[in-house]
Design a protein around this ligand. Structure first.
Ligand SMILES: [Zn+2]
Length: 428
């Protein structure tokens, strides 16, 4: 999903939390003039927490919820031109991350438009504030969106988000750093308002935003994948910020000078500290299946694959994730997918292959496990070294060439002894 720089202040759904926060911050009128004055007052304080220079006169627009929904729709259409969102949906459906009947476009719009408390659009470098928020939430939203404005000054968010579009994993990791940081900055600024010396109010605010993102995602009844895209940046991003923060840098602004490259880095601060980059590669499915055209390519990443395993009660299967690539190709109405996942160790690849074979209902064969589909094509799972290849709806006559031809991550996942063992097994 695109990196929508929202401030998801969903405290309307939690009255106790709202009351606690109102006790911490004074109530104010939130007419347009007051809001603009609040922006002016808050900006230098946000800049101070971020050890940054305040941008001059950020553009602020105060909009109705209907106008905000319209604007988000336009942003979504800009980030996903044409049928790109539908093609992403098809790729996610092919590997069972979302159910076949899900309409991603409709659910995404509904979810974001209902829950947004404000947002920053790096394309027009404008802060959008919603007119209908209670005063206490305006304070948080303003500090949060100003943090995005400063991130944009420092990093150029439009370029960064465009670069991350090639990978769902990279997008989610980028969002987590940006939202985790903005959320912590807002908590510092609003916490300081309440004369809070020990940071308790700040911590409460940061936790409540993360909590409300996940509550809203659950309450909205959207599919679990979309719910994860909404909640992960605030929850996991918040945790990464806490792991990296120091007394001098309580909002972990250092994350902005080296952004996490994968959700594996977001979920495990040790991987972030080691700066371990994900393995990248290409399957070339469309060329392995003559007559097909390429539909979509992405990397799903540890957070998304974790969700898949969790939703099938498979537990912690994705810990050794080192990289993955998912490709979707089609010929007429027939869609085929190939998904290669690299793990650190062969046993992790084998455990994932076992889980996925069961999910497909595949039967063991010499080079992996496979099942014949309704369409007469084959789906299955192959392990090679510490990598797994999942094939969905591959024409029968193309099974062997595809299985023998794949080498996505090269020597990073297949050692010479792995290869010798595989050839030995095939001979038998
Ligand atoms: Zn945000």
């Amino acid at each position: 999903m695109p990196t929508l720089l929202l401030s998801l202040l969903l405290l309307q759904s939690d009255e106790t939390l709202l009351k606690e926060l109102q006790a911490l911050t004074p109530l104010a009128q939130t007419d347009e003039r007051t809001l603009r004055a609040m922006v002016e007052q808050t900006l230098p304080r946000v800049a101070k927490v971020m050890h940054a220079r305040a941008p001059k006169n950020p553009t602020v627009k105060i909009v109705s919820r209907t106008a905000a929904a319209g604007k988000l729709k336009a942003v979504l259409a800009r980030e996903y031109p044409g049928d790109r969102l539908a093609r992403l949906g098809a790729a996610l459906k092919a590997v069972h991350l979302i159910e076949p009947q899900v309409d991603l476009q409709r659910e995404a719009l509904e979810l974001y438009a209902t829950n947004v408390g404000g947002f920053y659009d790096p394309h027009d470098r404008t802060l959008y504030l919603l007119a209908d928020q209670p005063a206490v939430m305006q304070r948080l939203a303003i500090a949060h969106e100003l943090a995005h404005a400063i991130q944009d000054e420092q990093l150029g968010l439009e370029r960064l988000t465009r670069e991350a579009m090639r990978s769902e994993d990279a997008q989610l990791a980028l969002s987590a750093a940006l939202e985790g940081n903005a959320q912590a900055v807002a908590a510092e600024v609003v916490g300081a308002d309440s004369g809070d010396e020990d940071g308790m109010a700040g911590a409460l605010i940061a936790e409540s935003t993360a909590l409300s993102a996940s509550l809203a995602a659950q309450a909205s009844g959207v599919n679990p994948w979309l719910a994860l895209q909404l909640s992960f940046p605030y929850e996991a991003g918040g945790e990464l910020v806490r792991a990296v923060a120091t007394k001098d840098d309580p909002a972990a602004c250092r994350l902005l000078s080296r952004l996490p490259a994968s959700t594996a880095q977001v979920l495990d601060p040790a991987i972030y500290r080691n700066n371990q980059a994900p393995l990248r590669g290409s399957i070339g499915l469309a060329s392995l299946l003559p007559g097909t055209e390429r539909v979509y390519e992405t990397t799903l990443g540890r957070a998304n694959i974790d969700l898949l395993a969790r939703s099938h009660d498979a537990g912690r299967l994705v810990e050794g994730w080192r990289g993955d690539v998912l490709e979707l190709a089609k010929k007429g109405a027939m869609q085929s997918a190939a998904w290669a996942i690299a793990f650190k160790e062969a046993r992790q690849a084998e455990a994932f292959a076992k889980f996925y074979s069961k999910l497909l209902g595949a039967k063991d064969r010499v080079d992996g496990a496979a099942v014949e589909d309704k369409e007469g094509s084959i789906s299955g799972v192959i392990v090679r070294g510490s990598a797994v290849l999942i094939l969905i709806r591959v024409p029968v006559e193309r099974w062997n060439p595809v299985v023998n031809g794949w080498d996505v991550f090269g020597a990073a996942t297949i050692s010479a002894s792995d290869e010798a063992r595989r050839l030995e097994a095939l001979r038998r």
